[in-house]
Design a protein around this ligand. Structure first.
Ligand code: ASP
Length: 434
């Protein structure tokens, strides 16, 4: 059995839907299809999901959602008309959804309807069964998928039937619709792939696989043929927009291969993601960067001699809503790197004052606008001279090094650089190492 997920651009209009029909028809093992909501048809187009969030926002302001909802209806209507699908089922659905949004059903409900309607349209077009995820996927309070979901799915799926399923949402423990974070249809498909023990999870998108570098940064960026789950997770963690970073988790211990494929070029091999790979010839997988980090450095003579001090300092950060992603330490100092959105200037000033006072620190310094660049690859730790080559490439480009983490992860070398040098750093590292 092959589970296929088609992203927003693959279901954006009737022409794309015809392509995906051809794709599923060409292999009888493709029996489970998960769809996103229609995405952009052109660069100046709007995603249906964004419009639906707009609908919920209008209702929050006490206004009816009609002006935006009409645009949503128009998107689906064009597709229905182009594909000559009977509208009898759809018109009442549009009116019911509009009414529910107006009655305050909330942003999770509103956003979920993009995938819901998309799956309804595709199911009609294919003549396959529509299966709702509201009753099948339970999303716990921390955003993870409840394990009961897998059993429920396995119970309802009949291997002899073919299904179209909406991505992106399930429901909370009370049965109320809840969405994953943006791009979450990748997670839905992982959950189904695991539940049915799929042979392959095909993730159909509009590029021919995962690139070793953001293809907008260099000409002829290389498509990576094979990656491990860990590499994909690490690349996503440093900002690569490859595959939803939480979508690996359901498959991690179940060894189901993922194939990233291009709807517009279906014969291209794409990228394979597997539990392990032979990395002798290709030790590195990719380089990517994520900006928007702030650093706090605290200093005090004999700071780290005091037992429990790290915990105490960290607890104070948490109190101020700061949850660091990366940490490093010196002889008498500690540094934390966190997402800048966690603390505005006012919070930073109060936090630094509290830290200084409470822990009698000699100095607390804050640096904003830092980017963390990751060089990812299963073979990276065995690659001789990787760190010196990487730091050398940055030095040659006149890029200041603010942070270096070697050896804390077997497959990742992390380098901190000023955010205004983020792109240059990624390009320099790609040129030097790939
Ligand atoms: N439609 C949702 C989004 O735009 C989810 C998805 O496409 O996976 O984020």
């Amino acid at each position: 059995m092959i589970v296929c997920k088609f992203g927003g651009s693959s279901v954006a209009d009737a022409a794309q839907l015809r392509k995906i029909k051809q794709i599923v028809d060409s292999d009888p093992k493709r029996t489970i299809v998960i769809v996103s909501a229609p995405g952009k048809r052109r660069s100046d187009d709007e995603k249906v999901t964004d419009m639906l969030y707009g609908c919920a926002a209008l209702v929050d302001q006490g206004k009816p959602c009609k002006p935006i909802f009409e645009k949503v209806v128009e998107r689906y209507s064009t597709i229905l008309d182009d594909l000559k699908i009977d509208r009898t089922e759809f018109d009442p659905l549009f009116r019911r959804i509009e009414a529910e949004i107006n009655e305050g059903a909330g942003s999770h409900y509103a956003a979920s309807r993009g995938e819901y309607l998309s799956a309804k349209v595709v199911a009609s077009f294919f003549g396959w069964e529509f299966l709702d995820t509201q009753d099948l996927i339970t999303i716990d309070i921390d955003g993870t998928v409840a394990s009961s979901s897998y059993e429920k799915i396995a119970r309802v799926i009949d291997p002899k039937k073919r299904y179209v399923i909406p991505g992106f949402y399930g429901s909370d423990n009370e049965g109320i619709i809840r969405t994953f974070s943006r791009g979450g249809s990748d997670i839905t498909a992982s959950v189904f792939a695991r539940a049915v023990g799929a042979d392959v999870y095909e993730n159909w998108t509009d590029v021919s696989g995962i690139y070793a570098i953001d293809p907008r940064l260099v000409e002829n960026a290389k498509v990576v043929q094979e990656l491990t789950y860990q590499e994909v997770r690490a690349l996503a963690g440093v900002g690569a927009n490859v595959f939803h970073e939480e979508a690996i988790a359901p498959l991690y211990h179940h060894v189901i291969p993922i194939n990233i494929k291009n709807t517009n070029d279906p014969t291209a091999e794409g990228t394979w993601i597997r539990a392990s790979r032979d990395y002798a010839d290709t030790p590195l997988a990719g380089v990517s960067a994520k900006g928007g980090y702030t650093r706090i450095v605290v200093q005090k003579l004999l700071l780290l001699k005091k037992v429990g001090i790290r915990q105490g300092l960290l607890t104070m950060l948490h109190v101020f809503g700061v949850h660091p992603t990366f940490t490093s330490s010196g002889i008498d100092s500690l540094a934390w790197y966190f997402d800048s959105s966690q603390a505005n200037e006012q919070i930073l000033v109060s936090l630094c004052a509290r830290l200084k006072e409470e822990f009698e620190l000699d100095e607390v310094t804050v640096t904003t606008d830092i980017a963390i660049v990751g060089v990812i690859g299963e073979g990276s730790s065995r690659l001789e001279g990787l760190t010196s080559k990487a730091t050398g490439a940055l030095a040659e480009g006149g890029i200041e090094l603010l942070f270096l983490s070697v050896g804390s992860s077997p497959n990742t070398l992390l380098l901190g650089v000023p955010q205004n040098k983020q792109k240059e750093a990624v390009i320099a590292l790609y040129a030097e190492l790939f």
